[in-house]
Each structure stands twice: as C-alpha cells, then as structure tokens.
Design a protein around this ligand. Structure first.
Ligand code: ATP
Ligand code: MG
Length: 312
C-alpha cells in the first residue's frame, strides 16, 4: 500500500534565518501511530505545521493521500485533523457550537450525532453548552481534540497532546488514540514524554536540529540501540573483582557484579561469564536484568548527534 503521507527533502528556513527543517524525508503508513521525539526547538511543530499546509516549506514536497499539500491544499487538508500545541480557542463560544463550526470549515454537512459522539468520547458532553473560557486547561485541550476530530479525519496530528494534562486525562487520551487507530486513523504525535512514545507508538522518529536522525519501529529501536545490564548477586559480597573474571563491560558495584552488554552483539558473553564465575568457585544467589529504556536510547542519540557535530 502506498504511504498515506510522503515527505521528500522537506526544508524550512524562517524569515529570521532559522533553519527549522533541513532535508526531512519520511513515509508515513496508513493506520500507524508515529511518535516524533526531539528537544525544544528541534523542528517538530514546524514539520507538523508544514504537512498540514499551515507553513510554506522552503524546499521539498509533501503529499497527503496522494494530494500535494500546496497545489491540492483543500483535498489534502480535508483528510487531516490537527491538535495544535498552543491552546487558542474562541473564549465566548460554546463548546458544542465551536466544535460543530469547525466541522463546517471543512465543508462537511452538519452531523450532530457525530459531534455528540466525539464530545462524549472526550468526556466533554456535560460541557456542551459551557463557554470555553469557563473550562480548565486540560478541558480546553480536549476541546482542541474534539475540533480536530469534528470532520472525521483519516489522519490525526497531535502536537504535544499531553503537555499540561493530568495523569488520568493522559491515560484517557491514550485510550482514545488507540480507539481511533483501531478504526483505521493514522496518528502522528509529538511528545516530550518518552513514556508516551513507549506506550503508544508503532514507530518512533527522532528529530534534532531540523533533521530526522532516525525513524524506526519502536521495538526494533529498543533492541538495536538498547543495552542490557545484568546484575549478579553472589552468595558473598565481593571486595574486588577476581582476575579470572575481568572483562569489558564488567564492574563491581556494592559487592555485586554488574555486566553491561549490547543486545545486538552476536554473543552477549553471559553464558561465558556465568561459567567463569562457577569456575572461580563462586556461587550465584540471584540474577536480574534491566534493558535500557527509550529515554536512554533517545538521550544517547541526541547526545551522539551533538558530539558528532562538535567534531565536524
Ligand atoms: N514563526 C517562526 N518564526 C521564526 N522562527 C521560528 C518560528 N517558529 C519556530 N521557529 C524556530 O524554528 C525552530 C524549530 O521550532 P519548532 O517550534 O518547530 O520546534 P519544536 O521541535 O516544536 O519545539 P518544542 O518541543 O519546544 O515545541 C526553533 O529554533 C524556533 O525558534
Ligand atoms: Mg513544538
């Protein structure tokens, strides 16, 4: 199946001279959840806004559902719902009317049943006649989501959906996003909460300084960049590492052996280590392993990018 979004060599330099996007190429598959991670100012919002046709790129092209976002703007835009990062809503408008109005902007006929369904799914139905200025920050964010869903888009962009949102609402939002995915909606989200990407995404893209450092299946990403740490507790705490055990990746920490190894190395060396331990006449009391988290993988990549830049 052709990708639902094709981004080719996308570049954006703002009038101020800031290079916000620098040659981003990416295919987004229909029905996937893609999470974009990156530090402040990396270019995530610029990337999303450009795909949604709100920002004119300096170079490159984007098609959405096969429609060019510039020459076929209306067709492309009608497939998209966008929840922007900034909360900007008409303060005096009532919630229900506001969401229904947004649907109209997409040229869709009124559909009160759909609006009701969306508001109910966001626990906003009891606020249908409230004015947005009467809502809390988290509720306003939900109104933004309702507006983005008002016309039943095929693709939903969520730009930091959980900034300023409490833990319960975040979980509810994740559930809603999963439900939308089940219904076939493609979802692109940006987040600073690695946990969110870890929890939700099928693929993770890492953006830094206007470039897409990598985009990878989440599970594969954790496997191929992840390191594992094996902690071995012996029946007696060890004062120093016996010579026969010394090897790369092995250290002593509060009397325990800590062995760090690459998960993608051909041989982990774990079997060898265990047999050397017993050859040294030591007995193992307990073993535990820990895999590096997406957060560690992310920090490694972004730090590595910085270090590379410093040397070139
Ligand atoms: N309208 C604008 N005019 C000039 N520069 C801009 C504009 N919008 C963003 N920038 C700059 O472009 C770069 C990328 O900004 P962008 O908002 O895309 O980052 P982001 O990854 O979304 O960051 P955050 O995580 O803080 O939301 C930054 O250096 C920012 O200062
Ligand atoms: Mg942003």
């Amino acid at each position: 199946m052709a990708p639902i979004i094709r981004i080719q060599d996308l570049g954006k330099t703002y009038g101020s001279g800031t290079v916000a996007l620098n040659g981003v190429t990416l295919d987004i598959e229909e029905g996937e959840i893609l999470a974009l991670l990156g530090p402040n100012g990396a270019g995530k919002t610029t990337l999303i806004s450009t795909i949604c046709g709100l920002i004119e790129p300096t170079r490159g092209s984007v098609t959405v559902g096969g429609f060019d976002i510039r020459s076929q703007y209306r067709q492309a835009r009608s497939l998209i719902g966008l929840v922007p990062q900034e909360v900007l809503i008409e303060p005096f408008e009532k919630v229900g009317a506001n969401v229904a109005y947004t649907r109209g902007l997409y040229g869709k006929p009124p559909d009160p049943a759909h609006i009701e369904k969306v508001l109910r799914s966001l626990a906003l139905w009891d606020k249908v006649n409230a004015r947005t200025l009467e809502l809390s920050g988290g509720m306003k964010r939900r109104v933004l989501i309702a507006k983005a869903l008002s016309h039943g888009p095929k693709i939903l962009f969520l730009d930091e959906p959980s900034a300023g949102v409490d833990v319960n609402l975040r979980r509810e939002m994740w559930a809603l996003v999963r439900e939308l995915r089940e219904e076939g909606t493609t979802i692109v989200l940006t987040t600073h909460y690695i946990e969110e990407a870890e929890e939700m995404a099928d693929r993770v893209g890492i953006v830094n300084k206007g470039r897409l450092l990598l985009v990878e299946d989440k599970v594969k990403l954790m496997q191929s960049f992840g390191r594992k740490v094996l902690t071995i507790e012996l029946t007696e705490d060890m004062a120093e590492l016996p010579e026969g055990l010394a090897r790369d990746g092995l250290r002593l920490e509060s009397g325990k052996l800590v062995y760090e190894y690459d998960t993608h190395a051909e041989r982990s060396g774990v079997a060898r280590l265990i047999s050397d331990i017993s050859a040294a006449g030591l007995a193992v009391r307990d073993l535990s392993t820990e895999q590096s988290t997406l957060e560690e993988v992310f920090l490694d990549l972004v730090e590595g990018d910085k270090a590379r830049e410093a040397t070139t």
